[in-house]
Design a protein around this ligand. Structure first.
Ligand code: SF4
Length: 258
């Protein structure tokens, strides 16, 4: 949904033409840190989640990731590789400054939930679902990027409200809190999902889906130039940058985006 509202043309290239995107060190670092924290909570009981255990979890996650498909095409020198893992450790250390993992009761990690909302099947992976001592559920989302501005923050919280909605639909219980953990700063931002927020989300889901259907029917996916263009993998095809989007089909068949 956010991809479509950010830029309909980039959405088309990614979700409809399914053009492959080049590997990104930024995304890979996020995957690595999430993998380390997943191991810390899923493989170790409370009482065993020390900083040393977190470091071992990071090293094990890197070993699993380094030669896998997500790292394919990224060619690190040994210095770059070392700096990459060192920075991932800074993020894990940031997490350890935010809470003591031994105090956490995690009901699930990397939890895939799916439910129909307004005629649309929504799927989401929750980084961690906690149970508080009082029995409430808390959705935890780790962020490895920078803390966003106030406007972006509302956008991001809208995104994580999806997880609250999915929990309510699948588990029959609305989480008491959605917690974003920004590991770089480190900083926590929390929100309690209200009736109004979830109702708004359902309406927005239906509206965005209707807009996607209209774009598909008219084959009309317009570029929306903005700050995200700096990270867009499809600039060479984008008319806002002198590209020709009609080449997307040929590139998809060739398995490349440029
Ligand atoms: S370069 Fe910008 S406008 Fe063009 S497709 Fe990418 S995000 Fe959209």
């Amino acid at each position: 949904m956010s991809k479509f509202t950010d830029c309909a043309l980039a959405f088309r290239f990614s979700a409809i033409d399914r053009l492959p995107e080049p590997p990104s060190p930024h995304l890979l670092k996020g995957t690595l840190v999430h993998g380390a924290l997943e191991r810390l909570f899923w493989e170790l009981p409370r009482g065993g989640r020390s900083a040393a255990a977190a470091r071992k979890a990071l090293d094990a996650a890197w070993e699993a990731l380094e030669n896998g498909p997500e790292a394919e095409g990224l060619e690190f020198s040994s210095d770059e590789r070392e700096a990459f893992v060192r920075d991932a450790w800074v993020l894990v250390e940031g997490y350890l400054k935010l809470e003591d993992p031994d105090t956490v009761d995690a009901a699930g990690v990397e939890l895939l939930l799916e439910a129909e909302v307004g005629g649309v099947m929504l799927r989401g992976i929750i980084d961690r679902l906690d149970v508080t001592p009082g029995g409430d559920l808390v959705v935890v989302d780790y962020k490895t990027g920078r803390v966003p501005s106030e406007i972006q923050e509302r956008h991001r919280l809208g995104g994580v409200h999806f997880y609250a909605l999915l929990c309510e639909k699948v588990l029959g219980v609305r989480p008491a809190l959605v917690r974003l953990m920004y590991l770089r700063e480190p900083l926590v931002i929390e929100t309690a999902p209200s009736d109004q927020a979830l109702r708004g989300l359902k309406q927005r889901t239906a509206a965005v889906w209707a807009a996607i259907e209209r774009s598909c029917a008219a084959e009309d996916f317009r570029p929306k130039p903005g700050p995200l263009c700096d990270w867009c993998s499809f600039r060479s095809l984008c008319p806002a940058f002198g590209g020709d989007p009609s080449l997307a089909g040929d590139l998809a068949a060739a398995g490349t985006s440029r």
